[in-house]
Design a protein around this ligand. Sequence first.
Ligand SMILES: NC(=O)c1ccc[n+]([C@@H]2O[C@H](COP(=O)([O-])OP(=O)(O)OC[C@H]3O[C@@H](n4cnc5c(N)ncnc54)[C@H](OP(=O)(O)O)[C@@H]3O)[C@@H](O)[C@H]2O)c1
Length: 230
Amino acid sequence: MTDRPLALVTGSSRGIGAAVARGLADTHRVLLGGRDATALSALAAELPDAQPWPVDLSDEAAVADAAARIDNLDVLVHSAGVARLGDVADSPAESWRANFEVNVVAVAELTRLLLPALRRAHGHVVVINSGQGLSAREGWGPYAASKFGVRAFADVLRAEEEPHGLRVTSVYPGRTDTEMQQAVVAGEGGEYRPEKFLRPESVADAVSAAVLAGPDAHLTDITVRPRPHR
Ligand SMILES: NC(=O)c1ccc[n+]([C@@H]2O[C@H](COP(=O)([O-])OP(=O)(O)OC[C@H]3O[C@@H](n4cnc5c(N)ncnc54)[C@H](OP(=O)(O)O)[C@@H]3O)[C@@H](O)[C@H]2O)c1
C-alpha cells in the first residue's frame, strides 16, 4: 500500500481530526498528528496504513524536526485547534495569544515547512476553520479573530501556491460534537445535547469531498452547518 498518497492530519488524537484521519485512511497513508501518543497509537492500530506523528505544534524546534522527515506530501489537514472564549472585557492578552498560537501561527509555520514537500506532490492543504471565521459573535472574540486570521492565511496561500499546483480548502463547520464543544457548552452553562450538533464524520466527509475531487476541480470554501430538524 506504499504507493498510496500520503496525508498528514493534525489534531487527529480526537474530535474532527480523528474523523478526518479515519475518512482519508480508505485512500491514503495517514500520519496522525497530536500530542497524546497513546490515543494516536490506538487510532493507528485501527487503520490500514497509519502511524502516529506526535508533535506539540507550539514547539517550533520539534515541528521543524518532524517536518524535515517528510519529503513528499499529498494532503495536509490542519485540524488541531484551541478555543479560548470570552468577552473582550474579560479576555487578557494571554487568551488572544493562546488562540493565535495554535489556530494561526502553528498552521502557517507547519505549512511553510512542508511547502517543498507539498509542491513536489502538487498537494492539497485543508484548514478546518469555523463558522466563527465567517461571522463573529459576542463572547467569541479571541477565537473568532484567530479563525478570521487563518481564513486570510488560506486565501493568501491559495493565491500564491495555485500556480505551483497546490489546492487550498477552508472548511467552516458549525458546532460539532467533540470535547471542544463540550467545553464550550460547559462555559455557556447550558445542557450538552449532542444531537443538536454536527457529527465529526460529517465534517470529515466535507474534507474527503475536497480531497477526492477530480484534478480539474478546486473546492475552495465549504460551509457545513448542523440541521436543526432531521
Ligand atoms: N467542535 C466544534 O464545534 C468546532 C466547530 C467549528 C470548528 N472547529 C474546529 O475544528 C478543529 C478541531 O476541533 P475539535 O472540536 O476536534 O477539537 P478537540 O476535540 O478539542 O481536539 C483538538 C485537537 O487539537 C490538538 N491540539 C491542540 N493543541 C495542540 C498543540 N499545541 N499541538 C498539537 N496538537 C494540538 C489536540 O491534540 P491533543 O490530544 O494533543 O490535545 C486534539 O487532537 C479546531 O480547529 C476547531 O477550532 C470545531
